[in-house]
Design a protein around this ligand. Structure first.
Ligand code: AMP
Length: 381
């Protein structure tokens, strides 16, 4: 990996034009960095709205990449589904943080699972399959219920099918035909948690603690910090996060999503090699937020204090609550709560399930923050 002294880093290049790039650009520019975005999204993307410059192009256009690299001192990614040829080309010329190893591993479920298995990090039992015979053998070994997930490019429950007692395997496989897939044991969890934290160039790590996550229709709905779990679960979750970060030689902000079982076991579900939706509460609830940590790590600077200063709840705002494609709901329930904050991502059109923004509510206790957040959420609907 190329290295650059922190004092020579003035411009941060961001691969991707989404809301994670937007929120990092806001933080980085506040601290005087320039931000240049390379994205295949049309002009006006969430990140482009706050970047100093944006290059609009596919990710495999050499001229666009040349222009991007010429403008930046260091490169990070705000989403991981990027072509490996791009990651290699970037890493050959500029420090890429996190590096190709982390992005290449976490962008692909099979590689991610194999990494976890090789590192001895607890994850659900799995088999990699490529045809119906493989699916039948895997389901026979793992047992039902289980879940089939595409090996590549799945997120928010996309490319997944649960297999229960009466599920027909040939019918299930028809949707996956031609793709490699992972068959995973179904974990009967009592709750889902994540750990979001950062690792700097020297290997120092700073985590924001353990976050409790509730999903609706496979998409994150609510994050609660701190998680209402036993301290032993929090410690174990942080240990797992650290093992992943070290194993991937990670630099930057990373989230690890996990399941907690009734016995208090903690099992890794997924690695997100970037700031994460379940870390959005850190903007309003932590001494140093996940986006500030990301640009600090990427620029070779020391990390800030990640600690949570208040119990806080974050609620996602999906396009589903918009009145129509372009009309948001009336935000009065948020504005009239003195400890609630609204964050919108600047997306021109709303669609069902599209992440349009989020809001947070601080409380004296988690219970108070959660009750107020739920009340606001139901008024917005
Ligand atoms: P994923 O896209 O893999 O993060 O899955 C989305 C959601 O599906 C998770 O947050 C869980 O709620 C559920 N899920 C995924 N895999 C499993 C599993 N092996 N056992 C139980 N629930 C799962």
């Amino acid at each position: 990996m190329l290295s650059t002294s922190p004092c020579n880093i003035r411009t941060i290049g961001v691969l991707g034009g989404g809301q994670l790039g937007r929120m990092m650009a806001l933080e980085a520019r506040r601290a005087g960095f320039k931000v240049v975005v390379l994205t295949d999204e049309p002009p006006g993307s969430p990140a482009a709205q706050f970047a100093d410059a944006t290059i609009h192009s596919g990710y495999s256009d050499p001229a666009a990449l040349r222009s991007f690299l010429d403008q930046v001192d260091v490169v990070t990614a705000e989403f991981e589904n990027l072509p490996d040829s791009l990651l290699q080309a970037v890493e050959a010329e500029r420090p890429l943080r996190p590096g190709r190893k982390a992005l290449f591993t976490a962008q692909h479920r099979e590689r991610e699972k194999m990494f976890l298995r090789e590192q001895g990090i607890a994850c659900a039992e799995f088999r990699v399959i490529e045809d119906l015979a493989g699916l039948e053998a895997a389901v026979a070994e793992i047992g039902r219920p289980c879940v089939v997930k595409t090996a590549a490019f799945g997120y928010d429950g996309k490319g997944q099918a649960k297999i229960v007692e009466d599920t027909s395997l040939p019918e299930t496989w028809a949707a996956f035909e031609g793709q490699r897939a992972v068959v995973e044991q179904w974990v009967s969890f009592v709750c889902e948690v994540s750990v979001v934290g950062a690792r700097d160039v020297q290997g120092h790590m700073a985590v924001h603690g353990c976050i409790e996550n509730e999903h609706a229709h496979h998409i994150l709905d609510v994050s609660i910090a701190p998680a209402r779990v036993d301290p032993a679960v929090t410690s174990r979750a942080i240990e797992l996060w650290e093992a992943v970060a070290v194993g991937l030689d990670y630099v930057g902000t990373m989230a690890v999503e996990m399941f907690v079982t009734a016995a208090g076991e903690v099992i890794v579900n997924e690695i997100a090699p970037r700031p994460h939706n379940s870390g959005h509460h850190t903007i309003d609830g932590c001494m140093t937020n996940q986006f500030q940590q990301q640009f600090r790590a990427v620029a070779g600077l020391p990390l800030g204090d990640p600690s949570l200063h208040s119990p806080i709840v974050m609620v996602n705002l999906l396009g589903d609550v918009w009145r129509d494609e372009t009309t948001p709901p009336d935000w009065t329930p948020i504005w009239s709560h003195p400890r609630a904050k609204l964050h919108l991502y600047g997306k021109a059109t709303a669609r069902a399930k599209r992440k349009m923004g989020h809001f947070t509510v601080i409380g004296d206790t988690v219970e108070e923050a959660l009750a107020d957040a739920r009340a606001i959420q139901s008024q917005l609907r």
